[in-house]
Design a protein around this ligand. Structure first.
Ligand code: SF4
Ligand code: SF4
Length: 148
């Protein structure tokens, strides 16, 4: 597609250059909107969908999160606990490498046991580290600090 032709006056008066310089000048004196990550961290919206966590004290092993997950990230097993009708998750794995962060598991959980944290530093050198077991899902994962 050919570039639009500029008028001779626009070329002679350097209007593109002046427009660009004017834009730079206008933003030079405005406050910064960026933060010096990782020294500073932005305040995230409360609805931010970060790395998933599970409160195993609340989980009743109902399997709803496993069933609704569109990407089969969750695998769990339940066992009978003490008391009539009580169940708990004896085994719970969640693969964050497959997770779409869609929030469906959080939405469907009847006891708010699974939820998105506002943690976003989930990068690792190994994909296997993205599979979190119940202990990691409860406590949160260890953050890897990268150095040059
Ligand atoms: S956020 Fe979505 S994709 Fe990720 S585990 Fe939950 S249901 Fe599955
Ligand atoms: S939906 Fe909630 S209560 Fe049910 S198995 Fe998942 S985390 Fe546990």
């Amino acid at each position: 597609m050919p570039a639009p032709k500029k008028s001779l006056a626009a070329t002679a008066l350097l209007t593109d250059l002046i427009t660009g310089l004017w834009t730079t000048l206008r933003y030079t004196f405005k406050p910064n909107v960026t933060v010096r990550y990782p020294l500073e961290r932005s305040v995230l919206h409360p609805n931010y969908r970060g790395i998933l966590r599970v409160d195993d004290d609340l989980c009743i092993a109902c399997f709803l999160c496993e069933k609704i997950c569109p990407d089969n990230c969750i695998v769990l097993e339940g066992e009978k606990g003490i008391g009539k009708g009580s169940k708990y998750a004896s085994y719970f794995y969640l693969d964050h490498a497959r997770c779409l962060f869609c929030g469906l598991c959080e939405e469907v959980c009847p006891v708010d046991a699974i939820y998105h944290s506002n943690e976003f530093e989930g990068a690792t050198y190994n994909r296997a580290d993205l599979v979190h077991d119940l202990a990691i899902l409860h406590k949160g994962h260890a953050i890897v600090h990268y150095e040059r």
